[in-house]
Design a protein around this ligand. Sequence first.
Ligand code: FE
Ligand code: FE
Length: 421
Amino acid sequence: MQKEQRKKIGIMGGTFDPIHVGHLILGEKAYEQLGLSKVLFMPSGNPPHKRDRQGRAEDDQRVEMVRLAIKDNPHFQLSLAEMHDKGYTYTYRTLENLKRENPDTDYYFIIGADSLYDFDKWREPARILACCHMVVATRNHTSIRELEEQIDYISHKYSGHLIRLDTLNIDISSNLIRQWLKEGKSIQYYVKNDVLEYIYEHRIYDAKKAEEEEKEEDTMETINAQTLSKMQKKLHKYLDEDRFMHTLGVMYTSASLAMAHGENINSAQVAGLLHDCAKCIPNKKKLKMCSQNHLPVSEFEKNHPFLLHAKLGAYLAEKKYGITDSKILNAITYHTTGRPSMTKLEKIVYIADYIEPLREKAPRLEFVRKLAFQDLDECIYEILKDTLNYLGDQPDKVEKTTREAYQYYRSIHRQRMEEGE
Ligand code: FE
Ligand code: FE
């Protein structure tokens, strides 16, 4: 009988803050030497108390940098299995989930030599090794003999299978790269060009930026209080009465959700107020405006031009209403489709749009409204589930991003069910 062909998939975990060529070379060498079918790059979530630390990238920025770094390599793939609101996911859980979902796959978990010496301190080492082969890369400051001894020790202690990767030592660390950036030194060639541009464009590791933002935040509140009513009046001219009433509902609901979940109330109000500012533009004109202003339009959006009110809304919010806060603009952009790993503000506006007081058609509204004030991730999951049910989950009816968002929030939901939360 012919033996069933098992899949071999590599996993590169890490914070990737930022991702550098050392990570990429390691992934490539593992792919080559172990004959893998692909390598998943899996950015780990930060525990909530570790977020927003100065000089560190935000979660969505780390994800974006990984995406940019691996996009030209057909056998590298981004995995968001460890990125979600609750921050931390233990490796053994991620691996056990993957194993359960893909029993025909052998996983190769790739780590640096340094991690091998901490491995005893990881949560549930034996369960990790029961799910994967562990691939260990060498580093300059570790001798091969010493490393072999540690590999022996770990594999005996937890009866696992460890493989030493035979690769040239590329001794770079993300830590060092952040340090150099802070000192204004060049990091060219240490990270891919796209990543480098992204870092500079968003000033990710720029200490001065954090200071500037703090100052900005101090003055933001009064500006918003004064301009909010002006914005409302202006908006009223561009929306029909029903849409305007819906908009006010979303604004107040967003503000209430912000209060319940500790988000900036002003940002939530502004995002809620402007989320549909492009809604009443005729579809043909929407398409025209997008092409005039170089906003990308997908094939799906061409066939469903009403969806464009979201990205066009963000565009108008910036150009006509003077909104510069990218968090608010993103909340407008993703209010119709959602997306994986949404920010808190994005979730709030997405949910408020669905539950505001004048909405009446959606199923299970009472349940969803209550849930919105208790748990944003669960609420997003339930809304996406109902939405896909309603649309029948057909590729021609559902935006790809929406399906990805559903899968993402379903995996969080399942994981939490298992943990008995
Ligand atoms: Fe909308
Ligand atoms: Fe809306």
